[in-house]
Design a protein around this ligand. Structure first.
Ligand SMILES: Cc1cc2nc3c(=O)[nH]c(=O)nc-3n(C[C@H](O)[C@H](O)[C@H](O)COP(=O)(O)O)c2cc1C
Length: 366
């Protein structure tokens, strides 16, 4: 049985603010284990020891990213930030879910129920997360992102994730420009690679923008103009097979601007407690994102289709596979599906040794 330990990078039983101010936990004596030899993988031209890391989410400060790098996660994303201050949704922000096997699109049509405890077998661990992409604004995160860069070892890569924010009086154009503004801030803070989050389902009144081709085109065009030669990554959600033409249109229209595509974000469902009531407190939180073991099928499916598409059309984007990577075998499955880099959030939260296990599997460390 694969079992996890206590989440140290981000503790779901503590508030976001507590995690932000006092996390990560119990990381005092992690000693970074440097793999032997030189980094033999690369991503977007950067040499990396292993094509594995942590996607945007569980690492909201430089202390968190530094701990993740020490734990051997080599391609790490700083939690998505904004051009303005934005509050976190009320606690709790993470709950364990009762899902048997894959969370298929059919199952997503029906409510999903919360369970009492977090399973120790990580192959049964699925959670909902609902933070609302909180941010302390650029005056805080830009400084901290600079600090985060001091925790990166040779053969590791830190990516900055940003998102646009609809503010009072904003037109759609202002909103698109806000992605570019935040990305420019990320570049100024020293980001070597910038990811824009086009896929967060929890963000009040912003919707999931990755399914709107004109908006995605404008955002990518403006963001790329703002960041110049810094590689741009887009983080997208799951596209069903009925949405294949839409996916292809979006990939084609942005291919001149985008260096890598990260997929997937969470799958969105209706989340109820055991008495059949809305599980997460507050307006608009009857639906929230599901991640962990049960969404792996969707991440693998997207990676396979993005890989097929780039081969068929000669695109040169790289692919980051995300979703349900709980153990080294999942990482291998993603690589075989065509992912250049694989990332985990839920799995890496509950198993801080996941990167070391994968490095051992790749014979990079003893
Ligand atoms: C606690 C938590 C916070 C997250 N926050 C973000 C975020 O700020 N930006 C983003 O693009 N995705 C965010 N995500 C989504 C993850 O990056 C990832 O796409 C999703 O969780 C699926 O991967 P997993 O099954 O390995 O968790 C978050 C996920 C979790 C669990």
């Amino acid at each position: 049985m694969i079992s996890g330990s206590k989440p140290i990078l981000f503790d779901p039983l503590k508030s976001y603010e507590d995690n932000y101010l006092t996390g990560p936990y119990d990381v005092g004596n992690i000693n970074y284990v440097e793999p032997h030899g030189r980094p033999s993988y690369s991503f977007l031209g950067f040499p990396i020891y292993s094509p594995f890391g942590i996607a945007a989410g569980s690492l909201p400060t430089s202390r968190h990213t530094t701990a993740a790098f020490c734990l051997g996660f080599d391609v790490v994303v700083y939690k998505t930030q904004r051009s303005t201050e934005f509050p976190c949704n009320p606690f709790p922000n993470i709950l364990p879910l009762q899902i048997e096997g894959d969370l298929t699109l059919d199952k997503l049509e029906k409510p999903i129920f919360v369970r009492d405890d977090y399973p120790t077998d990580l192959r049964q661990l699925s959670i909902t997360n609902s933070f609302g992409v909180p941010s302390n604004g650029p005056s805080v995160w830009m400084n901290d992102f600079q600090q985060a860069q001091t925790g990166v070892h040779a053969g590791q890569l830190l990516i900055m994730s940003v998102v646009g924010t609809i503010q009072p009086g904003f037109t759609a154009e202002d909103y698109y420009a806000d992605f570019a503004r935040s990305a420019q801030d990320a570049k100024e803070a020293g980001a070597k690679v910038i990811e824009i989050n086009l896929s967060c389902p929890n963000v009040a009144s912003e919707g999931v923008i990755c399914y709107s081709p004109d908006a995605v085109f404008e955002i990518c065009k403006q963001t790329k103009a703002a960041i110049g030669d810094v590689p741009l990554v887009i983080k997208i959600g799951y596209f069903s097979h009925d949405q294949q033409a839409l996916l292809e249109r979006i990939v084609d229209s942005t291919s001149n601007f985008v260096s890598a595509i990260s997929a997937i974000n969470t799958l969105q469902g209706e989340i109820l407690n055991k008495s059949g009531k809305q599980a997460l407190p507050g307006k608009g939180r009857n639906r929230s994102g599901v991640c962990g073991a049960s969404v792996k099928w969707a991440g693998i499916d997207m990676v396979r289709r993005l890989d097929t598409l780039r081969k068929a059309k000669n695109y040169d984007y790289e692919i980051i596979g995300v979703g349900g990577v709980m153990e080294p075998g999942d990482f291998i499955e993603y690589r075989e599906a065509g992912a250049d880099v694989v990332q985990s959030v839920t799995g890496a939260m509950w198993d801080p040794e996941l990167a070391m296990k994968i490095k051992r599997r790749l014979d990079l460390i003893a």
